[in-house]
Design a protein around this ligand. Structure first.
Ligand code: Z5A
Length: 244
């Protein structure tokens, strides 16, 4: 009984301390230096309770939105997306994806994606993790590297640095890459409206696809590649297995 009360009190103090840290900095602070030093465990609170930050990545029509929703429901996690997830992020999303608007140059496109991410991390992702809630996010940094880096041709290492600054060094615990051959993606896209970035042409989409595969190969500890060509239920089972 005494142990349970002490545990609860310590958890309250921990959350209070993380929130206090967040008020002095717009982006949350790693919960504890010792835990942070042990690896990418910044989402542990002071008691070592783990809230996981899980990201779904992939090319267009790979089924990310469908699978992110199913996974979040399965885990009881907060579901969110990029660009978006906040009022500012959703406004930037419209600006970035609307076909009828003038297209930004690649550097401007990258900076707008990162602005949406900075707001999203500070306003939604860090507070959820600090509360102990798992977060499932439909796209994150991998999309910036794949689309603006490998796709548009911006320097990938420069983008990594800018992205890390924008997201306050918040790295996902797991990234699930939904890998779908471009021909199947095209078939699925044929049935729906294409946004400005999806309309970038076959070469662009092929570079993005190859970029995602490269990112996954470079960081196999964090990235899990899932074959996204099966039925919704088959892919959902693979995604669950990948994050277990
Ligand atoms: N972007 C960027 O450039 N840089 C960044 O940093 C970030 C994003 C964060 C918006 O993302 C665009 O922003 C995106 C990248 C860029 N543009 N592109 N390309 P988004 O996530 O909103 O857009 P999207 O990836 O293009 O969404 P999408 O086309 O809707 O794809 P999805 O979320 O992967 O799939 P879905 O919505 O779940 O399913 C698509 C269709 O396939 C739909 O009709 C489903 O019913 C169907 N579907 C889904 N799963 C299956 C299976 N298993 N079998 C058959 N059919 C299926």
């Amino acid at each position: 009984m005494a142990h349970a009360v002490a545990h609860r009190l310590a958890r309250v103090l921990c959350v209070f301390r993380i929130q206090r840290d967040q008020t002095s900095s717009p982006v949350a602070h790693p919960a504890h230096p010792a835990l942070f030093a042990a690896g990418n465990l910044a989402s542990r609170n002071y008691l070592g309770t783990v809230a996981r930050f899980i990201v779904l990545e992939g090319g267009e029509a790979a089924g990310k939105s469908t699978q992110a929703a199913l996974l979040a429901e399965h885990l009881g996690a907060l579901l969110t997306r990029e660009p978006g997830g906040t009022a500012i992020g959703e406004a930037l999303r419209r600006l970035l994806l609307e076909q009828s608007l003038v297209a930004p140059v690649p550097r401007a496109e990258a900076l707008l994606m990162l602005a949406a991410r900075a707001q999203h991390v500070a306003e939604v992702i860090e507070p959820a993790l600090a509360r102990g809630d798992d977060v499932v996010c439909d796209r994150y940094s991998g999309s910036t590297l794949a689309y603006q880096g490998y796709g548009r041709g911006l320097d990938v290492d420069e983008l990594r640095g800018l992205d890390s600054w924008a997201n306050g060094h918040r790295v996902p615990d797991v990234v699930v890459l939904l890998d779908l051959p471009l021909e199947i993606a095209r078939e699925r896209l044929g049935r729906s409206h294409r946004d400005r970035i999806e309309s970038g042409g076959d070469d662009f989409l092929a570079r993005v696809h190859a970029g995602f595969r490269l990112l996954a190969a470079q960081d196999p500890r964090r990235w899990r590649v899932v074959d996204a060509s099966g039925t919704v239920n088959e892919v959902a089972a693979l995604v669950r297995k990948a994050v277990d």
